[in-house]
Write a protein that binds this ligand. Structure first.
Ligand SMILES: [Zn+2]
Ligand SMILES: [Zn+2]
Ligand SMILES: [Zn+2]
Length: 388
């Protein structure tokens, strides 16, 4: 099993300690509280355990960085264990253990499937590396809507918003507005694909009539005929232009750092993209909602229709619209799908996961890394320890 694939699973679960909201990492365990863990993990009779070295402490971000580099760390409550060297020898199988990297394994130690012996628990203690620092997520009150709180974070907002949690986000007080602010992924193709097909068909027919010419407004003599054979090229141009727009919006709009003292710009940033970085596995606000999307889409439609003859601009627009749908679907898939190792989407996923967890100021391309190459914002490949 590749280290990377495991990492991606890891990251999904990694920040579950953010779930407590109380600042107590143990609280995140749900039914099994601190008591259960004390019995699971702190089984060290005086004879067995030499005085532990002064405990190192690791922030969730530091733990994430190690997991991203391929290490297999687990925790028991706040105690962290580096099992990277041990996974291959785990009697219960490497897969089982690797699938729990980044997680609290206190409950798993008790089984099922297997109740680990006292010796197994002592064995685990050999891999103790330190403690997880208190959870920084309680800068906000997760029981209340976040939208009205983020603006108060000021200079702490940027760091906070880039520390992902696995819990979903509540933005608004009102249940109705909260529900309206969410979008299911398939609404994107359902709404935009029919429009894209309709526009493609009607502009193709217009081009086929044979009287569309480019540069007509400047000169009638050198204008260029635009027969229907130009349709695929114009459509592809639209797809390509979308991938550039996708990159530029993500880099310069979504990742614009709001001023620390601006309550409303922080709020705006949070709604546009911050919430996705805070809760990358909240699927309810991953794709663009249709209403704001239609404003942006209408803007591009008017713009292209103004600078190009109707059917030419319209065809480029239709290609761009398909590009947008593909982008939103790929983005969703990168978060929730498991592409095959070595495939195109697999590499995109690795790239995007790094954008979320470690390199928020690079790796802006979602459906292609082309523009990251072009603008030199590609995330460097980190060499990670080879794990079999
Ligand atoms: Zn085990
Ligand atoms: Zn981003
Ligand atoms: Zn994302």
């Amino acid at each position: 099993m590749g280290a990377r694939h495991a990492n991606e699973q890891v990251r999904r679960r990694l920040t579950s300690q953010g779930g407590s909201g109380s600042g107590d990492v143990r609280g995140a365990l749900g039914g099994r509280g601190a008591y259960a863990q004390a019995s699971s993990c702190e089984l060290r009779s005086p004879a067995m355990a030499p005085a532990p070295p002064p405990a190192a402490s690791f922030s969730p971000a530091e733990v994430q960085r190690r997991l991203a580099a391929g290490a297999c760390w687990v925790r028991c409550g706040a105690r962290l264990y580096d099992l990277t060297g041990f996974v291959r020898h785990h009697p219960g199988g490497e897969q089982l253990l690797r699938a729990r990297a980044g997680q609290d394994v206190s409950a798993d130690l008790d089984g099922p499937p297997h109740r680990h012996s006292d010796n197994a628990r002592r064995w685990l203690e050999q891999y103790y590396v330190g403690d997880l620092q208190g959870d920084p997520q309680d800068l906000v009150d997760w029981r209340k809507p976040l939208l009205w709180q983020v603006g108060h974070l000021g200079e702490k907002y940027d760091e906070w918003v880039h520390q992902p949690v696995t819990r979903p986000i509540r933005l608004f007080h009102s249940d109705l507005i909260e529900a309206l602010s969410k979008t299911v992924w398939y609404s994107v193709p359902i709404i935009w694909v029919p429009l894209m097909l309709y526009l493609s068909w009607s502009y193709y027919r217009t081009l086929a009539q044979g009287n569309v010419r480019l540069f007509m407004s400047f000169t009638t003599e050198y204008s260029v005929a635009m027969p229907e054979s130009m349709f695929p090229g114009l459509f592809m141009l639209g797809l390509l232009l979308w991938s550039l727009v996708e990159y530029l919006i993500h880099r310069f709009l979504f990742h614009m750092k709001p001023p620390n003292d601006s309550y409303y710009l922080i709020m705006l940033h949070f709604v546009m993209h911050g919430q996705h970085h805070k809760a990358p596995f909240d699927e309810s606000r991953l794709v663009f909602p249709p209403v704001p999307a239609s404003l942006v889409i209408a803007f591009f439609y008017v713009f292209l229709r103004l600078i190009l003859p109707e059917a030419v601009g319209g065809t480029v627009f239709a290609g761009g619209l398909l590009g947008y749908v593909i982008y939103d679907m790929i983005h969703y898939y990168l978060h929730f799908g498991s592409p095959h190792k070595g495939s195109y989407l697999y590499h995109l996923k690795a790239h995007h996961v790094k954008h979320h967890f470690a390199h928020q100021q690079s790796g802006f391309g979602i459906s292609t890394k082309f523009w990251d190459h072009f603008f030199h914002t590609l995330i460097p490949e980190e060499p990670h320890p080879k794990i079999q």
